[in-house]
Design a protein around this ligand. Structure first.
Ligand code: KG4
Ligand code: ZN
Length: 347
């Protein structure tokens, strides 16, 4: 029998994404981004994002169908991000997905965006072993997940207690006078900087913190430390080498992320680590994690950078797993859940 054809729609933040997969084969992954409309505000403005989704959703869908060279009638199921994310943005994608499911009389799956971030790797490297540990690092979330079965058993064993990793990148970029989103800019700048120029703190790694927060993260103290470091030098009229600050900050982030993810694999006896989320595109994180996994005998699975940031294919990938596992589809009456917990894979 032919592999199922799944259409995935993503609209949780500032990217309108439509992905089409046939089994694990990625046929199309079209994205329209409103990021440029948010740059002058230094962050995503929800009202602007919602309007942009409304304008982009139909053209993006058309482009994806054309690229995949399929007929809409052939689609076996529709998957859509149901949360977490910005409410006004989520409802645009959800409404489009419901209209498609209704018109085509096909099952609809309201999918968890965060599970999409870690599930997207299946489109590159095939089905996941069970269990697998996942390091999820996005703009709004940073967690370590133990995943038994991706459609029904996702457990958060640690998470940030304040800022997410991506949020820390964006805030530090802003205080360094860099543009939005800050992650890719700092990543690039850091390549010319010295990571040992400033000794920034590694959050929740002290012995007493590890007792209660072994797999948790904290990045707000780091952000404050960077701000103070820069402020003190500027007050004294010293030249601040932004590349050095970027590299030192980045090292502090990826050092903790990689150490805790590898530690979690050891403690739980899991030998495969899955990386996902926008920050998973970070070059230093990818390198250091590969190195530490190799040293610990852990197999690292990481999607290519282009699949790490928000897109429709990651939602289609989870939709595929749900469809194939025979999970009951979501009804056409589902709502959006801006705070959907990562353990709830499907609505
Ligand atoms: O997962 P994502 O696309 O959206 C959310 O679900 O939040 O993540 C966006 C975040 C932003 O904070 C952005 O600065 C960060 O991912 N990011 C990066 C890189 N590319 C994107 N952070 C560090 N290095 C990168 N290369
Ligand atoms: Zn995301």
């Amino acid at each position: 029998m032919a592999e199922p054809l799944i259409l995935g729609i993503e609209s949780s933040c500032d990217e309108t994404g439509v992905g089409i997969v046939r089994g694990y084969e990625l046929l199309a992954n079209e994205i329209a981004s409103s990021v440029e409309e948010h740059v002058r505000f230094g962050g995503v403005v929800p009202e602007i994002a919602s309007r942009a989704h409304l304008e982009a959703i139909a053209p993006t869908l058309n482009r994806a169908i054309e690229k995949a060279d399929v007929d809409l009638a052939e689609v076996d199921a529709i998957a859509v991000t149901a949360g977490p994310g910005l409410m006004g943005s989520l409802v645009v994608g959800l409404s489009a997905a419901k209209a498609l499911a209704y018109a085509l009389r096909k099952p609809l799956y309201g999918v968890n965006h965060l599970v999409g971030h870690v599930g997207v790797d299946m489109l590159e490297h095939g089905p996941l072993p069970q269990p697998v540990m996942a390091l999820l690092v996005s703009g709004g979330h940073t967690s370590i997940l133990r995943i038994g079965n991706i459609v029904r058993d996702v457990e958060e064993i640690g998470a940030t207690i304040d800022d997410a990793a991506g949020e820390a990148y964006d805030k530090v970029a802003r205080l360094l006078g860099l543009s939005y989103p800050g992650g890719p800019i700092i990543d690039h700048l850091a390549q010319a900087g010295l990571a040992t120029a400033a000794a920034f703190p590694r959050g929740l790694t002290a012995r007493h913190d590890l007792e209660k927060h072994r797999f948790d993260f904290s990045f707000s103290g780091l952000k404050t430390a960077v701000a103070r470091w820069v402020e003190l030098r500027r007050r004294d009229g010293e030249e601040v080498n932004v590349a050095d600050v970027a590299a030192s900050f980045q090292e502090a982030v990826v050092d903790v992320l990689t150490a805790k993810a590898v530690d979690a694999c050891g403690v739980y006896g899991i030998d495969t680590l899955l990386l996902g989320g926008g920050v998973a595109a970070n070059s230093r994180l990818r390198t250091l994690l590969a190195l530490r996994c190799e040293q610990a005998g852990i197999t690292l699975r990481r999607p290519r950078p282009g699949l790490c940031t928000d897109n429709g294919a990651m939602i289609a990938a989870v939709g595929l797993e749900l469809f194939q596992a025979g999970v009951r589809p979501s009804g056409l009456d589902i709502g959006a859940n801006s705070g959907l917990p990562v353990s709830q894979v499907c609505l």
